[in-house]
Write a protein that binds this ligand. Structure first.
Ligand SMILES: [Zn+2]
Length: 92
């Protein structure tokens, strides 16, 4: 009879133990080849789009950068990039 309770106790201890390798979900490895530029790279907006929500006006890039339809960006570290429409730099 004692075998069952011991097995349950062992299972509870196993489940309550913290994982050995905590993972940060926003820092996934890039599966693309060639790899996408990182969020801190100057050309970070060239990363592949992994989630698009045009009805909400934003899309998520592979490197964790969120691009808004007004060309503004939200970086993974919380910084924001002001909208930089291509038409602004092209008008010269
Ligand atoms: Zn990628």
């Amino acid at each position: 009879m004692h075998d069952t309770s011991e097995a349950v106790t062992t299972m509870v201890i196993t489940l309550s133990s913290p994982p050995q390798t905590p993972r940060i979900p926003t820092q996934r490895a890039c599966p693309h080849r060639p790899p996408c530029p990182s969020a801190t790279a100057p050309d970070h907006d060239a990363a592949r789009c992994v989630a698009s929500h045009p009805e909400q006006g934003w899309s998520l890039l592979c490197n964790g950068v969120v691009c808004f339809e007004d060309t503004g960006e939200l970086l993974p570290d919380g910084r924001t990039v002001a909208p930089h429409r291509p038409t602004d730099s092209a008008a010269r």
